[in-house]
Design a protein around this ligand. Structure first.
Ligand SMILES: [Zn+2]
Length: 218
């Protein structure tokens, strides 16, 4: 997997900006495949680094949190750009709900699998990757309210987002993190295959896992 020079240059700049170790750049290079698959550009990455610099106390705490945070920042920037584009077409966003996009329903971690505010896997697949189950709850907006009312009239009581958030306030972060966990297991699968072909063997895979899942250090 060839990583382009401009990407490594960005990773070095990001590393220096946040005083991360040289190993962080190795981990960033393993993420190239994910960024490439989403058509991420150098200017998007540079903007994400600047965005993270402005987060202050909410900036990523551990080295392993940086790449998911960069990815989320790019997602937010793309979403903001899409909203601007729609406005430039003359479309009004006034009535649009960001949570349910006016559909009335929001997809959340299934309440049955939420323990102490954390989303647990329902089971593990044969590959060893976790399986997460979602559920739909009625949104907090007007459209969500009419969903609750029409379900009530049909004798189908509905969980509401407002009530759901009392026991899982971090549901959006949980959704984000678990989606990333799935990407990571995909990267490991691919990398494991290529390492198994080389001289690195099982040791290489272990090192790779350590890099990708490195938590708090020191
Ligand atoms: Zn809504």
């Amino acid at each position: 997997m060839a990583v382009p020079g401009w990407y490594t240059t960005w990773a070095e700049t990001h590393r220096k900006t946040f005083v991360l170790s040289a190993e962080w750049v190795d981990a960033a290079e393993l993420w190239w495949e994910i960024f490439e698959s989403r058509g991420v550009t150098g200017s998007e990455l540079t903007a994400a680094t600047r965005d993270l610099m402005t987060l202050g106390a909410n900036a990523p705490k551990y080295p392993g949190d940086h790449l998911p945070a960069v990815e989320r920042s790019i997602g937010r920037a793309r979403n903001a750009a899409a909203v601007e584009r729609r406005k430039s077409y003359g479309e009004t966003d006034a009535a649009r709900c960001d949570l349910c996009l006016d559909g009335g329903w929001v997809i959340v971690p299934h309440p049955k699998f939420v323990r102490n505010g954390r989303w647990e896997p329902s089971h593990y697949r044969e590959s060893g990757s976790p399986n997460y189950v979602t559920a739909a709850v009625a949104c907090k907006c007007d459209r969500g309210q009419s969903t609750v009312e029409s379900c009530g009239q049909q004798n189908r009581p509905t969980q509401t987002l407002a009530n759901y958030e009392t026991f899982c306030p971090n549901w959006r972060i949980e959704l984000d993190e678990k989606a990333h966990a799935e990407h990571r297991s995909h990267v490991i699968g691919e990398q494991a295959a290529s390492l198994a072909d080389g001289a690195d063997g099982a040791d290489g895979i272990d090192r790779l896992k350590q890099r990708l899942f490195s938590g708090p250090r020191g």
